[in-house]
Design a protein around this ligand. Structure first.
Ligand code: FE2
Length: 350
């Protein structure tokens, strides 16, 4: 089937099979530019912009002191603090603060949402996602693909290129993002926002969020089991194809985010050994991976087209093995990250 006779997800599969360069072409039309301006305005509110700048230029010790409880500071900067319980304690404070979101739960959903909080992940199946196909069909025409952190090498400092690794992420326009949000709000169960809040660690809902279309093939830097950062954050994925164990399912170690002692010991070890290539998103390798797989239950999210997964990616996760001939195509999003003070305040007020 030619790329023009098929539509949406099928069209992407056909383009991939024919010539993946079609998906890497560098378009730069108006819609992308408009979107960038809009996002800059939104994301870089003055204070957060300045804080990020400050974090970049400050000496390591001052970073560790002043940015301890912020989202920007993904792991300790100094070996001095890596030898202490610094990272463990702030992780514990984050888990405790995030748990205050459970106080706002309604009675009928209480047990289910607490289960979601403890596991760190939630999934459901959206029965009909055909409404999303026009959006998927259009985005590869108007957006310019990026790698969004999925690199064709492992973040071990060796930079050895992984063969046949492909990843392209297309940011959807604000208009399309609104369409997806309203589709999800109509399709999901009434208690979904409570599950989402339990994973993000503060009272939130699907609103004003950006989605990207992810096309991934083979292995990449996300194939290694890792945490994204020390503090709870929620990321979501909607599978646009049927995904079985050969199709790079999202994999998650249930409850691992709560094990502050284990997680911080791995992070501290990486810092003390000078392994800073993963930039704070610590990887689990070899023996440590074996221990984690014994300690925590591995949940491999296989499922039909329309499977919707949200996870607290402070817990260990990875892109599962890919041995199929088709790329994995999904819609992805992340809920705005909040620091410990913001979480505490939002949860207190609500
Ligand atoms: Fe990740």
């Amino acid at each position: 089937m030619g790329e023009h006779s098929s539509y949406g997800t099928d069209r992407i599969e056909a383009m991939f099979a024919k010539n993946i360069d079609l998906l890497h072409s560098t378009k730069n039309n108006n819609q992308t530019i408009v979107k960038k301006k809009f996002r800059l305005k939104n994301i870089f509110k003055l204070t957060s912009f300045l804080l990020k700048k400050l974090h970049k230029i400050l000496p390591s010790l001052l970073k560790d002191l002043f940015f301890c409880l912020t989202v920007i500071h993904k792991s300790p900067s100094t070996k001095f603090f890596a030898k202490t319980r610094y990272d463990e304690l702030r992780t514990l404070i984050d888990v405790k603060t995030s748990s205050t979101v459970l106080r706002s739960l309604t009675h009928d959903s209480y047990d289910d949402v607490v289960k979601t909080f403890k596991k760190g992940c939630y999934s459901t199946v959206l029965s009909d996602i055909s409404e999303l196909e026009p959006i998927i069909n259009d985005v590869i025409n108007y957006a310019k693909p990026s790698h969004a952190g999925a690199r064709p090498f492992f973040k071990d400092g060796k930079n050895i290129t992984i063969n046949n690794s492909f990843s392209a992420y297309y940011d959807l326009s604000d208009k399309d993002c609104e369409k997806i949000t309203s589709f999800l709000n109509n399709s999901l169960d009434g208690d979904f926002n409570q599950h989402l809040s339990a994973l993000a660690g503060y009272k939130c809902k699907l609103k004003d969020i950006s989605y990207s279309l992810g096309i991934v093939f083979g292995e990449n830097s996300n194939s290694e089991m890792h945490q994204d950062t020390y503090s709870s954050i929620a990321k979501g994925f909607i599978y646009l194809q049927n995904i079985d164990s050969n199709d790079a399912p999202f994999e998650y170690l249930e409850g691992s985010y709560q094990d502050a002692a284990f997680r911080s010991s791995i992070t501290n070890k990486a810092i003390l050994e000078g392994d800073t290539h993963s930039a704070g998103s610590t990887r689990l390798r070899n023996n440590e991976l074996e221990i984690a797989l014994q300690k925590f239950k591995l949940n491999s999210f296989t499922g039909p087209r329309g499977t919707f997964v949200v996870a607290n990616t402070a817990g260990y996760h990875r892109k599962g093995a890919h041995s199929s001939s088709k790329p994995r195509i999904s819609l992805n999003f992340e809920i705005k990250r909040k620091g410990i003070f913001s979480k505490a305040l939002i949860n207190l007020v609500s």
